[in-house]
Ligand binder design. Structure first.
Ligand code: NI
Length: 181
């Protein structure tokens, strides 16, 4: 397994539509393993193959309260219900977050890494992660969902980075002065 470089906005691969996986072969298994390692190393919740430069419909999700990462191939949202505001960020847009609108719950289906089919209802963080990662496979980023009252906020660097920045004479700032709520 390997930690892969995460491609950052505005790289064009993030705007392309990933292709359907026809066969979950060793190459796809390897991609999934590398994506899980990359996601864990970045301490993220989800990662789509576009973000590591592979235009295949593969996503991985690591929920904070679960031991193992979820791997989904050709995932699809077949039903969405309701709306809620959530805080969201993306490993390809580091240092920013925003409050956007996501579904209250969804139904998703597709394949797991053993080519078994899944079809389940999800809410909470899992639903949000599925919507976010499946968007990636379609070339959509969370910033595309920002409405006029929802602003992108630059996060303050981690305390240790802040200290390093102070030494370098650099001060963090917030782009949008309105808090997200
Ligand atoms: Ni993302």
């Amino acid at each position: 397994m390997a930690v892969l470089p995460i491609i950052e906005y505005p790289h064009t691969v993030l705007r392309r539509r990933a292709k359907r996986v026809r066969l979950i072969d060793r190459r796809v298994q390897r991609l999934a393993d590398d994506m899980v390692e990359t996601l864990r190393s970045a301490r993220g919740v989800g990662l789509a193959a576009n973000q590591v430069g592979a235009l295949q419909r593969v996503i991985v999700i690591q929920l904070p309260d679960e031991a193992g990462a979820r791997v989904y191939v050709n995932p699809k949202i077949v039903h969405r219900e309701g709306y809620r505001e959530v805080e969201e960020g993306c490993l390809s847009i580091p240092g920013y977050m925003a409050r956007i609108t996501r579904s209250l719950w969804i139904r998703a289906k597709g394949l797991d890494r053993r080519s078994g089919t899944f079809h389940f209802r999800a809410d909470g963080l899992l639903a949000q992660a599925l919507e976010h990662e499946i968007d990636h496979l379609n070339g959509i980023l969370y910033i595309d969902h920002l409405k006029s009252h929802q602003k992108l906020v630059e996060l303050e660097p981690e305390p240790d980075l802040r200290q390093a920045a102070a030494v370098a004479g650099w001060r963090p700032h917030v782009l949008a002065h309105d808090p997200p709520d």
